[in-house]
Design a protein. Structure first.
Length: 678
């Protein structure tokens, strides 16, 4: 697109500023300052820079804009309304009200044109790094012989970030990796307004951000503010064009004045997160040449002008599709792959590719997971991911794949289009990056670390669940069973803290066969999930057939004693084998028990009541739950008369068997408790 700025552009910017002001004023709360100040940038992007189609918000060839400072949501909503994404003026008037399409922070899947849910500062920028990685890998998968700027994936990812975003540690982690990989087609606008809720950012944020980002390997530019104090669209456009000519990611520094041009509120911390007030709102409208008493003013000529985005979008889409049709005809095999990925389909008979394990064999579930993952990766090129510097410990290294590196990297197994991601010790950013890869729309990303370090990435995990993304979080070293590394590395409360996240499946398989089946089910479900894996070898207690038939139910009867059961043993992960052994000991005393494997409580809870009753049998009150962690949620399953083997301490540094014994999590103690409950 070319830069042509006219009087209608100025009027559209004024309209956007005042829509932000009025929406916050009407709601009685919100963040007007940034939305007002950055209106020229947002208008420029939507009307002069980005390749997008308001009539087709999920078009694969689009440029994406991620508002990392999600509190400035009216900046985005105003453009979605003006450009024809489906928001109405009434929607803007219902800002921050129940069930409106304009919630306080942008929500993915709720409002058309919102690329991701933002609000927790830093998440947007970090997630955008994942989008750029997905764009690069997708290009390498389908058009490696071409420059990316020439192909199907020539789109850009734009980010609007605040001072607060750049203070968050997650952006440092993600930006460091983005610079290392020299990610192209990623442009971040830093709104350097030097205002946060507490006032001047000099109170806490005085580093040289330009030098920091240059040290990461980014191209850094600065846009000078216009004499009026407003952002200068022409200068921004010139810098964007310079940025596009560079190799690697770009940071563009904008020095806006928050709440410009409000006569008294501009440049103040008060304008960051509160309405300007009726008097100031009137004064601002008058200053901008509008009727001071009238709110939500949108002239027909402005709306007609900004809605020209619909015609441009149709042209962009048609041009891309013409290119796509030519490519498709010349590349039928690649097109078949792309078609499958767009439809979110899996190849038929995928289960046949999974490894199988004999009963009574001993294999750690982290090892079984790695074997299943590698088997699936041979068939599914869309599987992409890596580990936070724990590849061998997590067993997620993709044996026949290259590591994604910058072009010309000296890393021996590196390739610009590699599918294995060396995240480095950046757990939080890893979580956001795999969310970005999932948001891109074609790939199935995974990221691995120890379960104890899930705490480092919880905000990213929560956002994956909130957006319903098919992100796969792999957590090994799941319990006191990891042994000598001790309390700092032995997770206790982490399982239930993850289970507390809505719309998130936590799978702790009992053995190698359940692990293989878990990978398949996670891929089928297309929802966020965590796979919880053991460091130590576990006894194989299921057959491949039983695991594949039952894993998707979340819980099932693994072993039924002779006659009517007198007790039910419920367990997950490494403790299922303990339950099986306890069942055998009790059988010697003619005490019949049922062993229930519950690898995923979320999937089990989603089953019909009749099925759940068939497994847990409400008339059997003697129930014992066994899990090497906090027992905070198990009473829902064992009832008021049941017993939970749990840990209320941080573990020990010793051999696994010694730790299990110290915490009374043994076959002997399970037998005692069952007998006591008879």
């Amino acid at each position: 697109m070319t830069f042509n700025w006219c009087d209608l552009d100025d009027k559209a910017v004024t309209t956007a500023r005042l829509l932000a002001l009025d929406a916050v004023e009407k709601a009685g709360h919100g963040h007007p300052g940034t939305a007002m100040a950055l209106a020229p940038l947002a208008h420029l992007l939507f009307n002069k820079v980005m390749r997008h189609d308001p009539a087709d918000p999920s078009w694969l060839g689009r440029d994406r804009l991620i508002l990392s400072c999600g509190h400035a949501s009216m900046l985005l909503y105003a453009q979605l309304f003006l450009n024809g994404y489906g928001l109405t003026l009434d929607d803007l008037k219902e800002f921050r009200t129940l069930d409106s399409l304009t919630p306080g922070h942008p929500e993915f899947g709720h409002t058309k044109g919102v690329e991701m849910t933002t609000g927790p500062l830093g998440q947007g920028l970090a997630t955008a790094v994942g989008v750029a990685i997905a764009n690069r890998y997708s290009h390498g998968l389908l058009q490696p012989e071409l420059s990316q700027s020439q192909g199907l994936f020539s789109s850009y990812t734009y980010v609007i970030a605040s001072d607060g975003d750049l203070q968050e540690g997650i952006t440092s982690e993600a930006s460091s990796l983005a610079g290392h990989l020299k990610l192209d087609q990623l442009i971040v606008f830093w709104d350097d307004n030097q205002i946060s809720i507490d006032g001047d950012t000099n109170r806490a944020f005085t580093e040289d951000v330009k030098l920091r980002y240059q040290s990461y390997g980014w191209n850094v530019f600065k846009v000078e503010t216009a004499p009026s104090g407003s952002l200068d669209p022409q200068e921004i456009y010139k810098v964007i064009e310079k940025a596009k000519a560079q190799s690697g990611p770009c940071l563009i520094q904008l020095q806006s004045e928050i709440a410009w041009p409000a006569p008294n509120a501009k440049g103040t911390a008060a304008s960051h997160g509160a309405p300007l007030g009726e008097a100031e709102a009137k004064a601002t409208r008058e200053l901008l040449g509008q009727k001071p008493e009238e709110t939500f003013q949108v002239s027909p000529e402005v709306l007609d002008y900004t809605r020209e985005s619909l015609a441009r979008g149709k042209t962009f889409n048609a041009e891309w599709n013409e290119y796509f049709e030519n490519w498709k005809n010349a590349n039928p095999e690649r097109e078949a792959l792309l078609s499958r990925l767009l439809k979110k389909e899996l190849p038929a008979d995928l289960a046949k590719s999974l490894p199988q394990y004999e009963l009574a064999s001993e294999v750690s579930t982290r090892k079984a997971s790695g074997q299943a993952l590698n088997a699936l990766a041979e068939i599914l090129p869309e599987l992409i991911g890596g580990s936070a510097d724990l590849s061998e410990s997590n067993q997620v290294a993709l044996k026949n794949s290259k590591s994604m590196q910058a072009k010309g990297s000296s890393v021996l197994d590196g390739d610009i289009y590699g599918r294995y991601l060396n995240f480095g010790i950046r757990e939080h950013a890893m979580g956001a990056i795999i969310n970005g890869i999932a948001l891109h729309g074609l790939l199935r990303p995974f990221g691995a670390t120890f379960l104890i370090f899930s705490d480092y990435q919880k905000p990213s995990v929560r956002l994956a669940a909130l957006m319903g993304l098919p992100s796969i979080y792999v957590y090994s070293h799941d319990s006191i069973g990891l042994g000598e590394d001790g309390p700092t590395h032995q997770p206790i409360e982490q399982l239930w803290s993850l289970r507390a996240i809505p719309n998130f499946a936590v799978i702790r398989p009992a053995d190698a066969n359940e692990t293989a089946a878990a990978w398949l089910e996670i891929l089928k479900q297309q929802k966020p999930a965590a796979l919880i894996l053991s460091r130590q070898n576990l006894l194989t207690v299921t057959s491949p057939e039983i695991a594949l038939a039952n894993l998707s139910k979340g819980g099932y009867i693994l072993s039924e004693g002779t006659g009517t059961p007198q007790a039910i043993l419920l367990a997950t992960g490494s403790e299922v084998a303990l339950a099986i052994k306890a069942q055998a000991e009790l059988a010697k005393e003619n005490i019949s028990t049922r062993v229930v494997s519950l690898p995923c409580l979320e999937w089990f809870d989603a089953q019909p009541e009749q099925y759940r009753e068939s497994v847990l049998s409400g008339d059997i009150t003697n129930r014992v739950a066994i899990e090497a962690g906090s027992g905070i949620g198990w009473h829902k399953y064992v009832g008021s008369k049941g017993f939970v083997f749990e840990l209320n301490d941080f573990g020990l540094s010793a051999k696994p068997a010694e730790i299990y014994s110290r915490f009374n999590m043994t076959v002997e103690k399970i037998v005692e408790k069952v007998k006591a409950g008879l």
